[in-house]
Design a protein around this ligand. Sequence first.
Ligand SMILES: NC(=O)c1ccc[n+]([C@@H]2O[C@H](COP(=O)([O-])OP(=O)(O)OC[C@H]3O[C@@H](n4cnc5c(N)ncnc54)[C@H](O)[C@@H]3O)[C@@H](O)[C@H]2O)c1
Length: 425
Amino acid sequence: MRVAVFGAGYVGLVTGGCLADLGHDVVIRDIVSEKIDTLRRGEVPIHEEGLAELLARNRERLTYTMEVDEALDGAEVVYVAVGTPPTVSGDADLTAVWTVVDELPPVDRRVVLAMKSTVPVGTGRTVRHRLDERGLENVGYVSNPEFTAEGTAVHDFMHPDRIVIGAFEDVDADVIEGLHAGIDAPVVRCDVASAEMIKLAANAALMMRVSFINEIANVCEATGADVTMVAEGVGLDHRIGRHFLRAGIGFGGSCFPKDSLALKQLAANSGYHFQLLAAVIEVNELQKRRVIGKLERRLGELRGKKIALLGLAFKPGTDDMREAPSLVLAARLRAEGAELTAWDPVADGKAHLDGVHLARSPLEALDGADAAVVVTEWPELREVDWTEAGKRMRNPLLIDGRNMLDPHAMREHGFEYEGMGRAVD
Ligand SMILES: NC(=O)c1ccc[n+]([C@@H]2O[C@H](COP(=O)([O-])OP(=O)(O)OC[C@H]3O[C@@H](n4cnc5c(N)ncnc54)[C@H](O)[C@@H]3O)[C@@H](O)[C@H]2O)c1
C-alpha cells in the first residue's frame, strides 16, 4: 500500500520505517525542515535502537517531505503521528492533530486516516464530525494506538503484544489490519472510543505498577526489607507478573507523565475524580525527589557539594529527556546549591540543563565528586572501573537510583552504596 505518515518523531519514524519494512511505500512528512533534510541525507535525527539500519535498509520505499500534497499523493492510509503535549490545564494539546486533519484536501477515493498519536477518548468522534462537515465522507477514520517503548520501539512494532484497531466502518479496519499483514499478533478490533481508552488505560496500568513498587520500596527502606527480592518474589506469581516492578526514582518520558495527566483531566472533565491515578502521579513526583533526602542524610548540607549525575535520558536506549527524572533532580540539587556534573552516552544535556558541567565519560563526571547518583540504568555503567572511580572521587558515595549495581561489589570497591528500597549500610 501507499502510506503517508505525518510526524517524523519517535513514533512517526518507527511507524514509517517498519511499514516500509513490511513492503509498503511510505512518505513521511514533517514541518521541521532540519529533520527532513537530515533524513534525506540518510541520517536519523533521534537515537533509537535499530532505527538507522531500518531506514537505510528500506530507503527505496521511503520518501521524506515537507509538502502535504506530496505526502498525500496516491496515499491509501494517512497516519497521524504528531505530538500531543500537555496544555497548562493538563489536557492533551491537539493543535498539531487538528492541523493535519484540516490540511486534508478532498479526495476522490477512499482514504483511511489512522490516529497513532495518543489522544483523549472522544477525539475520533470529533474528528469524524469535522471531516463530515467538510464533506470528506470518503475519508475513513481509525484509532490505531501505539504501544512501542522508546529504546525497543523497532522490535516492539514488529513483535507487538496486540494490534488495536478502533473504527467506525469495518472496511477501514480491514485496510489497517491488511497493512499489518506479516506481523504475527492478536488483533483487537473495537469501536473508536474503546481503542482510545485502551491506550490510556494500558499506560495507566503500567504507571500504577511503577508507583506501587516504589511505595513498597519506601516501606522496605523503613522496615529493613530489600525491594529487589520482594519484587522477584511477588513478580513470580503468574497473576501478577514481573514486568514494571523495578523500584527506582520514578517514571518520566514523553508519554507516561503527560498521558496520566491527560487521563486524570479527561475523567475530571467528565465529572469523575480518578483517585487512584492522582495517587500514582503524586507518588511518582515524590519519588523523583527521594534522592535529595538520601544525599542530605549522608553529606549534610548540599551547598558547594559536587554531585555527579550518571545518565540523563528518561531511560536507557533513547536520547529522549522529555520529563526525565534527571531534570527534576538537577533542578532540586541546583536549588540546594550543589555543583553538578553529568554524563549520558546519547542525550543532549546542553539543550535541557543550565549550569551543569557535561562530562564525556562516567569517570570524568566522577572526578572529584562528593557523591554520584545513577539516574538512568545505562548498561555502560556496569563496565565502569569502579575501584578507579572511587579513587577519583573526593568521597566515594553512590546513590543507585535504579538499583542496577551490585551493592556488595560496590562496597568491595570501597563505596558507600545506597539503592532504592534496599538495605542501607
Ligand atoms: N514516543 C513514544 O514512544 C510514544 C509511544 C506511544 C505513543 N506516543 C504518542 O505518539 C505521538 C507522537 O509522539 P512522538 O514521541 O513521536 O513525538 P515527537 O515530538 O517526537 O514527534 C512529533 C513530530 O510531529 C511533527 N509535526 C508537528 N506538526 C506536524 C504536522 N502538521 N505535520 C507533520 N508533522 C508534524 C513534529 O515536528 C515532530 O517531528 C504522541 O501523541 C505520543 O503521545 C509516543
